[in-house]
Design a protein around this ligand. Structure first.
Ligand code: GLU
Length: 427
């Protein structure tokens, strides 16, 4: 890629905004992150030494509500990446109509190299640095790549210790006993699955004849293909950061998940209870997985995996972006030209933040919803959002990504214009 991930994200907003006649003032407003905090995070390591990690938090845009978005732990985290992810959260929350702006956080760290106690100290150190920047009414973090419910629980606990008040609404994705919501654990994958069901209605897909490949077997990817398999889809390829497996016959997703929990690797197994046996398969690389001849490709790992270089080799008919930003903007025209339908990240993976919103609403009301209520409300929001985007793809003959960005920019624009437009003040 010639530009960094944030410039690429800005280019996309600009291009789509201009082609959809979004007012230049609104586009300009989206070019500038509202505030970004960089902090050094001292952590006492198990050997007694102190290490300093770098942490970021970006509050991108809060026109529609407090900023919202996860915290990522990854060695490749950078300021630009956090800003790009925070911009995408701004668009995402608007696409699904949540009363939120967008934010994101990150720490440059490989959590696989930390002990559980070092991980806890790092998470608490992050909150000590950010305690005056985040808050239930201002900026609400959540899990992202390599962070989870336990980490959210430590972070909420640290915030409450600093503020000397119970404030579960400061962070979402917490363990259920600590104020988390039922249904938050699989919400990202479930949201993507619900999008595929809507797509299947539009395109007349027959699950039994529809093959699926997933790149990335973390929380989002696993639950998406688990639910798709339960609905009859055939999951023929799965990978994680170390490589992947392929089989024409399809895999049993839960067996592979069970084995991954045990051995930390994606292995081609079929399990009866705790007994797992290897099954026929081909080992493939992550790059090969992207180019498989399947119906639905689900990139569910990191950003920038489909670029202008490999886009022409993609054979899938549909791409469901469970990861944030897996397709670079200069690959968009190549993908569109090939007639591939992309359900963009800002819609496909919005189930996570949607149930985060439910969690926050429950924390504020002091009232817990049943799992059925969470599932029903998530389904309603995903179906409605998919329909809003689809309608624009048809009425304005645009890709789903363009349509989703347009829906979001128009909503953010309405928020800005509600304070008065240039014409209003000049008349
Ligand atoms: N990190 C997730 C995302 O990228 C969830 C954010 C949230 O729940 O606030 O959408």
């Amino acid at each position: 890629m010639s530009t960094d991930v944030f410039s690429d994200a800005l280019n996309r907003v600009k291009q789509i905004g201009e082609s959809a006649d979004v007012s230049p003032e609104i586009i300009e407003g989206l070019m500038h992150p509202k505030a970004t905090m960089t902090a050094s995070l001292p952590v006492r390591m198990d050997d007694g030494s102190t290490k300093h990690f770098t942490g970021y938090r970006c509050q991108y845009n809060n026109v529609l509500g407090p900023t919202k978005g996860g915290i990522r732990y990854h060695p490749d985290v950078s300021l630009e990446e956090v800003q790009a992810l925070a911009l995408w959260m701004t668009i995402k929350c608007a696409v699904v109509g949540l009363p939120y702006g967008g934010g994101k956080g990150g720490v440059i760290v490989d959590p696989k190299h930390l002990s559980p106690m070092e991980l806890e100290r790092l998470s608490r150190s992050y909150v000590r640095a950010m305690a005056d920047f985040i808050g239930p009414q201002t900026d609400i973090p959540a899990p992202d790549v390599y962070t989870n419910a336990r980490i959210m629980g430590w972070m909420a606990d640290e915030y409450e210790a600093i503020k000397r008040v119970k404030a579960p609404g400061v962070i979402t994705g917490k363990p259920v006993r600590l104020g988390g919501s039922l249904g938050r654990d699989d919400a990202t994958g479930r949201g993507a699955y619900l999008c595929v069901l809507e797509l299947a209605k539009k395109k007349g897909l027959n699950p039994a004849e529809t093959t699926v490949a997933v790149q990335g077997f973390g929380n989002g990817g696993y639950h998406a293909v688990r639910l798709l398999q339960d609905a009859g889809y055939k999951v023929v390829a799965i990978s994680d950061s170390q490589g992947g497996i392929y089989s024409d016959n399809g895999f049993d997703v839960n067996s592979i998940y069970q084995e991954k929990q045990r051995s930390r690797r994606v292995r081609a197994v079929y399990c009866e209870h705790s007994v797992c046996e290897l099954v026929d398969h081909k080992s493939i690389s992550n790059e090969e997985l992207l180019e498989l001849d399947v119906d639905i490709l689900i990139p569910a790992a990191l950003e920038g995996v489909i670029t202008a270089k490999n886009a022409a080799n993609i054979k899938a008919k549909y791409i469901v972006e469970v990861a944030n930003g897996p397709i670079e903007s200069d690959a968009d025209p190549i993908i569109d030209e090939k007639g591939i339908v992309v359900i963009p990240d800002v819609l496909a993976n919005a189930g996570g933040v949607t149930v985060s919103y439910f969690e926050w609403a429950q924390n504020r009301a002091g009232y817990a919803w049943t799992l059925e209520e969470v599932h029903q409300r998530l389904e309603h929001i995903m179906q409605k959002s998919f329909a809003d985007v689809w309608e624009l793809t048809e009425s304005e003959n645009r890709s789903m990504r363009d349509a989703a960005y347009t829906v979001a920019m128009r909503r953010i624009g309405q928020g800005i214009e509600a304070h008065g437009t240039r014409d209003y003040f000049n008349s």
